[in-house]
Design a protein around this ligand. Structure first.
Ligand SMILES: [Zn+2]
Length: 409
C-alpha cells in the first residue's frame, strides 16, 4: 500500500531529514516536525529501518504516561564536501552533518576561458580540503557546489538551472566544457547537488547561524555583490526562475549602466560594497579593500563609519519594502565584514524604522550573521537537511511491514 505521501520517497526523506543531525526523536516529535500524518511517519520509519538507515531506541520515559520509543539514524551520514565558485573567489571545505566545519580553504576565482571555467583550481583545493579534514572521498555523504545564477533545485531540477539563458551565467556553470555537478560526481563518487552561492549563505545563517530558531529570515549577502536569500521554516524560497531575492538587480536608475543581467541601472551598481570601495578610493586617493573597511569600522574611523551607515541606510530603504512584502522575523546582514557588518546593520535598522510601518518595523530584528565566511559551507548542510538529501531514498523499497515496530505514540 502506498503511503499517504503523494511523491514516492518524500515522506522518508522528510523524516530522515529531521533525524539527520543525530538527535533521537519520537514518532510524536516527527509527526509534529514534519506535519505528516502519524501513519505516514510510522510507514516512513519502517521503510528507513528496513533499509538500515534508522534504528529504534528506548523505551524512555518522558514525564507522565507510557514509555515512548525514540528513533535515530543508524549511522550518521558522512561529511559534506562544499565547493563555492563565485566571481570573486573560490571557497572549498568539508563540513559534518551537524554543521561543524572540519576544513576550509580560500582560493582565487576559477580560471576563465571563452567557453567557461577551468575546474583545476577547484579540484586541487578540494583534494587539499579533504586531506586537511582527514576525510576520504569515499566517506562523503554528498557534495554541494555553490554557483552564481539560479538554484539547481528549481522545479524540474537540472534542466533549466544547468542551462541558464544568460551567457554570463552559462560561462560560470561550464567547467572543463561540462557540468560542474557531473564533473565532481565523477571525481568524488557521491551525489552532487548545486545551489546558488548566496542561497547557501542564507541557509547557513538562517538555519544554523544568527537566524536559528526563527521562522522567516531574509539574509543579505554584501561582500562581493548585493543579494538576498529568503528562508521560510528552514527552506529556501527560490521562486519560479530560481532567482528570488536578487535585490542587487532592483531597478535604481533609468540612465544607469547596462548590467550583466541584461537590465540597466541596477541597484548594485551604485549600492554595493564594491561600489562603496571604489567611492572611498576616489575620495581618499588610495585603494580600499574589504579588509581596510572592516579594520576602519573596528577602529571607529569616522569617515568610513559614516559611509557604511549611509550604505546601510540606502540598503535598508529597499529592505523596508521587503519587510512589508514578507513580514520577516529577522533580516540578517552578512557577517563576514567584521565590525563593518554591524555598522551597516545599524544603517539598515534606522531605514526600516523610518520607512516600514511601525508595527512591522518593530517586529523585524536586524541581526548580524554569526558564521562569517563559513556561512555557505554550513549552508550546504542546511540544504541537505531541508531537501532531504541525506537519505538514500533510491535504496528504499516499499514497506514490507517485516520490521519489528514497538508500540509508539
Ligand atoms: Zn542587473
Amino acid at each position: 500500500m502506498r503511503s499517504a505521501s503523494t511523491v514516492p520517497g518524500s515522506a522518508p526523506r522528510a523524516v530522515f531529514a529531521q533525524l539527520a543531525d543525530g538527535r533521537p526523536l519520537t514518532v510524536a516529535d516527527l509527526t509534529a516536525h514534519t506535519g505528516l500524518p502519524r501513519s505516514t511517519v510510522v510507514d516512513a520509519l519502517r521503510r528507513l529501518a528496513d533499509a538500515g538507515q534508522v534504528e529504534q531506541r528506548g523505551p524512555g520515559r518522558q514525564g507522565r504516561g507510557r514509555p515512548s520509543h525514540s528513533w535515530s539514524i543508524a549511522a550518521p551520514p558522512g561529511p559534506v564536501a562544499v565547493v563555492v565558485a563565485a566571481a570573486h573567489g573560490t571557497v572549498v571545505g568539508v563540513v559534518t552533518t551537524k554543521g561543524e566545519v572540519l576544513s576550509a580553504r580560500e582560493a582565487e576565482p576559477l580560471e576563465a576561458t571563452v567557453e567557461g571555467r577551468r575546474a583545476g583550481r577547484a579540484l586541487t583545493e578540494l583534494d587539499l580540503a579533504l586531506a586537511d579534514a582527514s576525510v576520504q572521498a569515499s566517506e562523503l555523504s554528498m557534495a554541494v557546489v555553490g554557483l552564481p545564477g539560479p538554484s539547481g533545485f528549481t522545479r524540474q531540477s537540472g534542466t533549466e538551472a544547468d542551462q541558464p539563458a544568460s551567457g554570463h551565467l552559462r560561462r560560470f556553470r561550464t567547467w572543463d566544457g561540462g557540468s560542474p555537478t557531473e564533473l565532481l560526481a565523477d571525481r568524488l563518487g557521491c551525489p552532487v547537488h548545486s545551489e546558488n552561492d548566496a542561497n547557501l549563505a542564507a541557509l547557513g545563517e538562517a538555519v544554523l547561524g544568527a537566524g536559528a530558531g526563527l521562522d522567516t529570515v531574509l539574509h543579505v549577502s554584501l561582500a562581493h555583490g548585493t543579494g538576498a536569500g529568503l528562508v521560510i521554516d528552514g527552506r529556501l524560497h527560490r521562486g519560479r526562475s530560481g532567482l528570488a531575492g536578487e535585490i542587487g538587480h532592483l531597478h535604481a536608475d533609468d540612465d544607469g549602466r547596462l548590467c550583466h543581467c541584461g537590465a540597466r541601472g541596477c541597484f548594485w551598481h551604485s549600492r554595493s560594497i564594491p561600489a562603496l570601495l571604489a567611492a572611498l578610493a576616489e575620495a581618499h586617493g588610495r585603494p580600499f579593500t574589504l579588509a581596510d573597511v572592516a579594520r576602519a569600522a573596528d577602529e571607529d574611523d569616522h569617515d568610513v563609519v559614516r559611509a557604511l551607515l549611509g550604505f546601510g541606510y540606502a540598503l535598508g530603504r529597499r529592505l523596508a519594502d521587503a519587510v512589508v512584502y514578507i513580514d520577516p522575523d529577522a533580516i540578517v546582514i552578512e557577517g563576514s565584514l567584521s565590525g563593518a557588518s554591524g555598522v551597516i546593520a545599524d544603517g539598515v535598522r534606522d531605514a526600516i524604522r523610518r520607512y516600514a510601518p511601525p508595527t512591522m518595523a518593530r517586529g523585524t530584528q536586524v541581526l548580524v550573521g554569526t558564521l562569517g565566511e563559513m556561512a555557505p559551507l554550513v549552508g550546504a548542510v542546511a540544504l541537505g537537511r531541508s531537501e532531504g538529501l541525506f537519505a538514500h531514498v533510491a535504496d528504499l523499497r516499499p514497506s514490507s511491514g517485516s520490521s519489528q515496530l514497538a508500540e509508539t505514540r
